[in-house]
Design a binder for this molecule. Structure first.
Ligand code: AMP
Length: 561
């Protein structure tokens, strides 16, 4: 096979990140960082003009807790989060861009050529804001972000799940227990592509919680066996020291039944033996939470016609703990597949990155036939001819090229609607409720239009308020659920001027459109005047934009190590 174009697949994780690309033999391969490690802690230590990323930064957490930033992915898209470094407010995009710069720099060095084209993964539940922030992080890092793709979809590709002409429909359950988050997703595989059927999770649950349980346990055992009253609450240095030992102990217990940890504090030294059984008891409720969430997602999947899943794949470093596979096997009577779980997402991203490149080659061939033809619009015959040409010219197998034309789809992670007047109470006060247009877990892109009406004669404006909530779509034949305003979040509101002197109940059309990346456009339309109110979210305000640009320059000036 000819030397393939290199596109980096980047798993930008909460605790660890990983990079892969397709090697010259067409296989996904993890690229080690400059320290020779296959995963890099997603931790940044600001040290003057240097931004140190990875293991060295992680090791500085106890020494310099105020200049080491970890877990930034949890705050991706959060406007209220900033990490202060000497008065400079680094937002999540900036911190993530520093991690991405290190990952891309090390990968380029390893491969011996500068690589700018990347595919970055994010959790399936990430909504527009978080996805855009992830993309921006890549751009701030000077990378060409070809696509932001879903982690479970990438993982499914890495486990060899492929769209196939012989497959009518297959479902894969992706159980992803990482360092700081838990996601469970059902992915549907059909002959047309791979898409996310539904997803759920807990974004504050991950390996770190298992570590924290061990920290408490180790400290208690230390205090019991020494004359000390060590408390981690007010002693960050002690906490981070024990935390590192706890993580080590946890990892060892994945391979061995017993392990020893030595803790030293104020002149006392205690060796603590921990068994796998003890560890599993200490953390059983955490694992049970993941099972509850898995059952929840299966219940949603059933509503969507998926009554059983054909494959269970384990992703995320924490699924290396034997208790995970054991419990899943018992609960769901299926053999979980586990293979380098902390590398699967990056490898899948590399496969998808390569597919995007091959799709681009096919698109170019199709365009030569007709300027409007694309992989999406071409007939099967046109696609076959172009695919054969691309395969021949680039020394790819036809299977590789055909697979590349299959698409990976996402679903909406939230439900979106508008507030509407639902009548008046006894005192004449308006009663508001929510009319949802697009429900969570709807395949993207999606579009829905509904007709509403003005509420008074000669109404001058219609206030359109866009809200999000977590309502599930009604079952077929059931009425749409009424949503209490308290359980919704207002995202935006605007005013549509309506034609003067219209009577009460004049129609107003509202359309919601969500694109493949989760970007939502709302259009409110008054047919009487042809007046239109249009809004696309997310949008940054001018202040945020100015701060972004200033800090982008500062972060780009940092030397990455
Ligand atoms: P990820 O975000 O997928 O890279 O997962 C990182 C998490 O996996 C961290 O909490 C690690 O401590 C955990 N982890 C990595 N290797 C192991 C292992 N062998 N046993 C248990 N947990 C592990």
């Amino acid at each position: 096979m000819s030397k393939t174009k290199k596109i980096l697949g980047i798993d930008l994780g909460t605790t660890y990140s990983c990079v892969a690309c397709i090697n010259d033999y067409g296989q996904p391969e993890v690229i080690p960082n400059a320290e020779g490690e296959r995963t890099t802690p997603s931790v940044v230590w600001f040290d003057g003009q240097r931004a140190v990323v990875g293991q060295e930064a992680k090791g500085m957490t106890s020494m310099y807790p105020n200049s080491v930033c970890s877990f930034v992915k949890r705050d991706m898209g959060n406007d209220n989060y900033a990490f202060d470094v000497d008065g400079v407010q680094y937002v999540p995009e900036h911190i993530s861009s520093l991690i991405l710069r290190k990952l891309a720099k090390d990968a380029s060095q390893f491969l011996g050529e500068e690589i700018k084209d990347v595919v970055i993964t994010c959790p399936a539940y990430f909504f527009i804001k978080e996805r855009e922030a992830t993309k921006r992080a890549g751009e701030i890092a000077g990378l060409n972000v070809l696509r932001i793709i879903n982690e479970p979809t990438a993982a499914a590709f890495a486990y060899g799940v492929k769209p196939n002409e012989n497959i009518e429909e297959r479902f894969v359950l992706v159980y992803d227990l990482g360092g700081g988050t838990f996601d469970v997703t059902i992915v549907r595989i059909s002959k047309d592509g791979v898409d996310v059927l539904c997803t759920d999770g807990d974004h504050q649950l991950g390996g770190k919680d298992w570590d924290d349980r061990l920290v408490q346990y180790l400290i208690k055992r230390f205090n019991d066996e020494s004359r000390q009253h060590a408390k981690i609450e007010n002693d960050p240095e002690l906490y981070y020291d024990v935390l590192q030992k706890a993580e080590q102990c946890k990892k060892q217990l994945s391979d061995k039944k017993n392990t020893k940890t030595t803790l030293s504090y104020q002149g006392d030294k205690v060796q603590i033996e921990t068994s796998r059984e003890q560890f599993e008891q200490l953390t059983e409720d955490l694992l049970d939470r993941t099972i509850t969430l898995t059952n929840n997602v299966l219940a949603v999947a059933r509503q969507k016609g998926c009554t059983k899943f054909d494959q269970l794949i384990l992703v995320g470093g924490s699924s290396r703990m034997p208790q995970v596979a054991n419990k899943l096997r018992k609960k769901f009577s299926i053999e979980p597949q586990i293979f380098e779980p902390d590398e699967a997402v990056a490898k899948g991203a590399a496969i998808i990155g390569n597919n995007i490149f091959v799709q681009h080659l096919i698109d170019e061939k199709l365009k030569r036939r007709s300027s409007k033809l694309t992989v999406e619009t071409a007939s099967p015959e046109e696609l076959e001819v172009a695919s054969k040409q691309v395969a021949d010219e680039n020394n790819y197998t036809l299977e590789v090229v055909t697979n590349a034309t299959k698409r990976a789809k996402n679903v909406s992670s939230k439900t979106f609607g508008i507030t509407v007047l639902d009548g008046y109470d006894a005192k004449g006060q308006p009663l508001l409720s929510v009319s949802n247009l697009i429900y969570r877990n709807t395949p993207l892109p999606a579009e829905r239009s509904e007709q509403y009406a003005t509420i008074a004669d000669k109404q001058q404006i219609v206030v359109v308020e866009l809200v999000e909530n977590m309502s599930d779509a009604p079952l077929p034949g059931q009425p749409e659920p009424v949503v209490n305003l308290d359980s919704t979040e207002s995202l935006w509101n605007g005013e549509l001027p309506v034609k003067p002197n219209l009577p009460k109940y004049s129609p107003i059309d509202v359309t919601f459109r969500i694109d493949e990346n989760g970007r939502l456009t709302l259009i409110a339309y008054d047919p009487a005047s042809n007046g239109k109110l249009e809004k696309t979210i997310p949008e940054q305000n001018a202040d945020t934009q100015a701060n972004m640009e200033k800090v982008t320059l500062l972060s780009r000036a940092l030397i990455i190590e």
